[in-house]
Design a protein around this ligand. Sequence first.
Ligand SMILES: [Zn+2]
Length: 250
Amino acid sequence: MMADETTLADLARAVGAARTIAVLTGSGLSAASGVPTFRDAQTGLWAHYRPEELANPEAFERDPTTVWQWYRARRQTLAEIVANDGHRALADLANELPDVRLITQNVDGLHQQAGHSNVIEFHGNIRVNQCHNEGREVEVDDAVDTPPACPHCGGLVRPGVVWFGEAIDPQAIERATQAAQACDVFLSVGTSAEVHPAAGLADLARRNGAHIAEINPDATPLSDRVTWIVRDSAARVLPELRRLSHNQHA
Ligand SMILES: [Zn+2]
C-alpha cells in the first residue's frame, strides 16, 4: 500500500513551511532495519524469559550477570544492523530545515548512526554504559561476560537504558515537552502512541496549535486526532516526504 499522494504532498508542503518540526519515532522505524522488537528478541536461550523479568533494576541487583548477558546478546544483534532510509531521511531533513527536534523511544542508536546529532532519547541508549549506583555514563570495556566495575565508584556497570520501574531522564522530558510546545508540525512515526509519557506529546503539540501527522501502517489511539494519516512503513514514506519537501525549496 502506498500512501495517498495528495496527503503526502500536502504534508510535505506543511513540513517545508514549518518553522519548527517535532518528530517522535518508535519501534516501527527500526523494524525496517531488522531490529527485533522487545518480544521478538527473546530467542534461543532467552526464550524462557519475559523481557519484563530482565529489564528492571531488581532483576539486575539480584542477578547482574544474567541481565548483563541478555543485553550483551542484544548488543551483538544490533552490531550487525544498520540505519535505514527512514533514519537517513530524518537526518537529512534535520540538516535542511530550520529547526527539527527528534524524540525517539528507540534505544538502538540508529538515528545517530544515520548522522543525526542531538537526539532526545526517551528510553536511553543500549550502546551506552552507565554506573548503576551513580547513573552517570562511563567508558568501560563491555565485551565481557559479567558487569564491569565503575571506574569512579566500583559499582556495577549496566546498559544506559530506562528499565521498567525507572524514571525517564527529566532533561529528556523537558526537551521533548519544549519541542512539542514549539512545533508547527508534529510527526508521529512508527509508534503505537500507547506508551506514556511519549504518547502525550502529540496531544500537547495539538493543544499548542500544531498539526499532527501519523506515519504508521496501523491505526493507533492517536489516529482520530491527526491532520494527515499515512498508512505505510516509515522507511518508505520518509524519503518520499523529504524529497517532496526538498523540491518545494528548490
Ligand atoms: Zn560509579
